[in-house]
Design a protein around this ligand. Structure first.
Ligand SMILES: C[S@@+](CC[C@H](N)C(=O)[O-])C[C@H]1O[C@@H](n2cnc3c(N)ncnc32)[C@H](O)[C@@H]1O
Length: 273
């Protein structure tokens, strides 16, 4: 067996684990926008969304389960003994659970943060069904107000896109300051693209992905209208520049599928703590 076989075996195992994480959640089908809605306001993470969230995110975000698997793999490499790991915008705790399963040090603590009360309540219920030596605290709070300290891994899995663009740099600076040297931020986002042809292609491919997952044209268009004012996507270059401005020394895109992807930003091992 060579290294490629080992890696494929590992990736398959990770994919199976992340799928089991998704099935561990309620699997109610997302039909929230299947019927015409008279007044389309702004999208919010309320009780109705909580009920269908695992199905919604899996059928809407290309590469979601691959990203969850890799969050587990990166946690295994980057979690430092006695440190904190943060899942900012944790929703139902899918990334929290992947981190918990992959931490090699029982003296670490995972802090999941979300400002949606129904998300936090359901997240706590899910996580309580699993026993683990690693301590977990799920806080209902604004991620912009949470103190980041003694951190080795910070995850922003499709959350920064909901923060006011002008306020993103402040949050990233606080994350950088709260990371130990050698710590990592995993930042997954929906991206926008400056080149109109590339943008059209990737947006269309994403729509094909949603159609293939059973969403109707009405569901797609109503959800797009609801998200218009609350999800503000940046380009990959904008993200990289902002991460550099926040202090991160090592930054790159490690995953992309259509207009969704994930970036790693690492605080240099020799940086001041
Ligand atoms: C797309 S979901 C994140 C998915 C989740 N990270 C996962 O991997 O399954 C975005 C989450 O961010 C939360 N959120 C948005 N803005 C927030 C803020 N300012 N503070 C805390 N949570 C926030 C929402 O309530 C929602 O649960």
């Amino acid at each position: 067996m060579d290294n490629t076989d080992l890696l494929s075996g590992y990736l398959l195992t990770c994919a199976a684990i992340s799928l089991s994480v998704l099935f561990w959640f309620t699997t109610m089908k997302d039909q929230l926008f299947a019927a015409p809605i008279a007044q389309l306001g702004d999208f919010c993470f309320d009780e109705k969304v909580v009920e269908v969230f695992p199905d919604m995110i899996q059928r809407s975000v290309p590469g979601y389960s691959n990203i969850l698997s890799a969050i587990g793999m990166m946690t295994a490499r980057f979690a430092q003994p006695g440190s904190n790991l943060y899942d900012l915008g944790c929703s139902l705790g899918a990334a929290t659970q992947m981190m918990r399963r992959n931490i090699a040090h029982a003296d670490c603590q995972i802090i999941g943060v979300d400002n949606s009360a129904p998300m936090v309540e359901r997240c706590r219920q899910h996580l309580a069904t699993y026993k683990s030596a690693v301590a977990i605290e799920i806080r209902q709070a604004d991620i912009q107000a949470v103190e980041i300290e003694n951190a080795s891994v910070v995850v922003l899995n499709f959350t920064l896109q909901f923060i006011e663009p002008a306020e993103r740099i402040t949050l990233l600076r606080r994350i950088y300051a709260g990371l130990r040297p050698g710590g990592i931020l995993i930042l997954s986002e929906k991206f926008r693209f400056d080149d109109a042809d590339v943008s059209d292609l990737l947006v269309e491919l994403h729509l094909d992905f949603k159609r293939a997952n059973g969403y109707s044209e009405l569901e797609i268009s109503q959800k797009r209208t609801l998200l218009e004012n609350v999800l503000r996507a940046d380009s990959v270059d904008n993200h990289k520049q902002r991460l550099q401005d926040a202090g991160f020394e090592h930054i790159d895109l490690w995953f992309q599928c259509f207009n969704f992807g994930s970036i790693v930003a690492i605080k240099d091992k020799g940086a001041v703590a």
